[in-house]
Write a protein that binds this ligand. Structure first.
Ligand code: SF4
Length: 510
């Protein structure tokens, strides 16, 4: 059997880092970990090829070669999926699809031959058994509350990937989150009880990356890495620390966590010790009423600013997610978000308009209130909402644009970088793993941002400041100048023509 695994094209997003990747000659930020893991579940004697359309063009010859085209996608890849379906249909190729997009909206894809939904460890073996017996069904859905046993998840097939095209590799340690935020679909997809891999599996995955020649960043893709703190502190992080020390720290890590990381000094210290450099935290809003509304209880009744600064002082950069458009947002929310983000020193602040994901508790509520206008396109930073907001749309959109453009103007951005670098304590003894492409990125930054860019004054001021005041953070300061360039370009392109709301329902029906 010949299987072509295809990862459809992504649109440009906040996290695509398109403008920053140019500095380091990479084509994509992260590899398609889900497909590489699925590849590990397929029979070993099958011939496999992987095409990540974000890195390599998909040729008709690849499609013609395959017996089956197997795709995995997230909601934000919808457009790429539609293109791919068209090409497969015109060449008469059979398709098998899985991943979050299809798990939540499989009814929208009648053209797909086989839909293998939910976690592949559960449904893929059922599909493969039926295929071997010559009677594959169209739809494979896990039972209610049927979750995969991660101890059976295989090591991803790194041999299928052109690693050098990516900025970082990926690893999944856990699935599921103990929290239950109203807008989030993670608990819907993976449940509320965090399931984890064994320490032997984590080490085997690190070893596999190492043996395939990877050195550099590893993104731990868990939606909440600290869902099971005890296992992390007692088993996983100590095992990682020994493995990494024996190999002289070939990897650094970043991941996603909840704000209660700030409550656990032991965990913070252990994460920094193994080489975690940054964490993404869903902060969402400084307005307590909106936190109550969306059920983000772990962020309530705490000093969010102090929590962020504590994590930074321990040696971790904090990236933050922020949302505008909650029913409880007061008219002052835009200024409050800007003030909070500036004070926090969260350099990478992803501010998005609330969008309602299918299947979530928020979706049910909005549907009950007759406020759903369309399905979400999965873009966290698009200028669109798919529900009728309480705040007038024009006001919400104008406020959103004001927040994003303000935060990424050079003045605000560089001010935030300095606020962060003042707070940040780089872990003592950590060596910078300099590579050739880092040097090239530095030279490009000097010319591009230091000579050609109209805002070069800010660039030189930051580099001068870090050299004189905190030379150890100089490489990080350079990195942030490149990030800033990406974010400025991204939001500039985003804020060009303002789209109309999806449609205007009759408010009397609400
Ligand atoms: S903490 Fe994060 S992953 Fe967990 S439910 Fe809330 S938004 Fe989702």
């Amino acid at each position: 059997m010949k299987i072509l695994l295809v990862y459809p094209r992504f649109p440009e997003t906040f996290w695509s880092f398109k403008h920053a990747l140019r500095f380091i000659n990479k084509k994509a930020a992260h590899p398609p970990l889900g497909l590489l893991t699925v590849a590990g579940l397929l029979p070993p004697d099958w011939e496999l090829k992987l095409v990540d359309e974000n890195v390599t063009p998909l040729r008709d010859a690849d499609l013609v070669w395959a017996d089956y085209v197997l795709i995995s996608a997230m909601a934000v890849q919808k457009e790429g999926v539609r293109e791919l379906i068209g090409r497969c249909q015109s060449l008469g190729k059979k398709m098998v699809a899985g991943g979050p997009l299809f798990t939540v909206s499989w009814e929208d894809y009648p053209e797909i031959d086989h839909l293998v939904l939910g976690e592949a460890e559960i449904t893929l073996p059922r599909f493969l058994a039926d295929l071997a017996a010559g009677c594959p069904r169209r739809l494979y859905i896990p039972g209610p509350e049927e979750w995969a046993d991660l101890s059976k998840t295989p090591v991803p097939r790194w041999d299928l990937l052109a690693m050098k095209e990516y900025n970082a590799m990926s690893l999944q340690y856990s699935r599921g989150c103990p929290f239950d935020c109203e807008f989030c679909d993670i608990t819907l997809l993976y449940g509320r009880s965090p399931r984890t891999k064994r320490k032997e599996q984590v080490l085997a995955e690190l070893e596999s990356l190492y043996q395939h020649g990877w050195r550099g960043g590893v993104f731990i893709v868990d939606d909440n890495f600290i869902g099971n703190k005890k296992a992390l502190k007692e088993e996983i992080l100590p095992a990682m620390a020994t493995w990494l020390a024996e190999r002289r720290y070939p990897f650094t890590f970043n991941t996603q966590v909840s704000i209660n990381l700030a409550d656990d000094d032991e965990l913070l210290t252990a994460m920094v010790k193994v080489g975690f450099e940054s964490v993404f935290i869903g902060i969402e809003t400084p307005h307590e009423g909106s936190l109550t509304e969306c059920g983000k209880l772990q962020n309530k009744n705490r000093d969010l600013l102090a929590a962020v600064k504590k994590i930074q002082r321990h040696g971790l950069q904090v990236q933050g997610g922020f949302i505008l458009g909650f029913d409880s947002d007061p008219p002052t929310i835009f200024e409050r978000q800007i003030d909070f983000i500036q004070q926090s020193g969260i350099v990478t602040a992803m501010v998005g308009l609330l969008n309602v994901l299918k299947g979530t508790k928020l979706y049910q509520r909005m549907q009950g209130e007759g406020r759903i206008l369309a399905e979400s396109d999965g873009d966290n930073t698009g200028q669109q909402v798919n529900f009728l907001p309480k705040m007038p749309w024009e006001k919400l959109l104008a406020g959103y644009k004001k927040v994003t453009t303000t935060l990424y103007t050079p003045q605000y951005f560089y001010q935030r970088v300095i606020a962060f670098l003042k707070e940040y304590n780089p872990p003592p003894g950590r060596k910078i793993q300099a590579r050739l492409y880092h040097g090239l990125a530095f030279v490009k930054a000097l010319f591009w941002l230091g000579v050609w860019d109209k805002d070069r004054w800010y660039f030189w001021r930051l580099l001068g400041w870090s050299l004189l005041r905190k030379p150890r953070v100089f490489p990080l300061a350079v990195t942030y100048t490149i990030y800033g360039y990406h974010f400025r370009r991204f939001f500039l392109e985003q804020t060009q023509p303002a789209p109309a709301p999806l449609r205007s329902p009759d408010p009397s029906t609400i």
